[in-house]
Write a protein that binds this ligand. Sequence first.
Ligand SMILES: [Zn+2]
Length: 282
Amino acid sequence: MRLRLRPAPAEHGIRFRRSDVGVEIPATLQYLGGQDHATTLTHEGVSIGTIEHLLAALGALGVDDVLVEVDGPEVPVLDGSAAPFVILLHEAGLRPLAVPRLYIKVLEPIEVVRGGKSVRILPADHFEVTYTIGFDHPLLRHQALALRVTSRSFTEAIASARTFGFLREVEMLRQGGLALGGSLENAVVIGETGVLNNKLRFADEFVRHKILDAVGDLTLLAHPLLGRVEAKKAGHALHAALAQKLLATPAAWELVPRPGIPTLEKGASPAAREPDLRPAEA
Ligand SMILES: [Zn+2]
């Protein structure tokens, strides 16, 4: 499969184009298809799957307008992280457009709770994600992390965190025809006693990847966010449900212009600086 990023004018938004069938799908909640293990967009019976890691890179690096061409039904999974997409964007170079960016500023808390899982968004003057995970597995009883999401913090602390899956689920995923989580090359596979394939990139790579997924799914709001997201044991479906509930609650947000358009000229490398990263409260 081939993926190509094409420049787009202001107010074009992020759109996918299935070049093999000639259908364009805007990356907005309106076109949300499945969210089982990965996030899919559907339009006119045509789908594009596994969009969330690319969307996370686009959203975190402040890319509002781009045409993403893919000649098949899935964005390449690559190594299961967003790092290859961040590198691609650095190579392509980014240019600010002569229009104000409109942010979604959260005014009131919005929450979605399903069983023991929850996600909410609270007012804040920047975009921050706090994530807590806990699985019935000795390696993953509890991990938590809070991150103020910027182009730099995402590039340094989040982008390279890979998808993970449990060995017991791998066969299930394969039977479902999903590559994601089903291959030893593009996911961290957790067996009964530990990680089966290669070394972890961070001790808490798992929770970092959950933040990556949340940033990607929330990019479907089609505007950058000013708000603090707090997720507990959530996933794609809950991230999307939060975004939908937020949009459906007009009193909970307003659109505000903000200066300070991120720039990333061709050839620029991410500056070396400690990301704004801290452990979340348990
Ligand atoms: Zn993911």
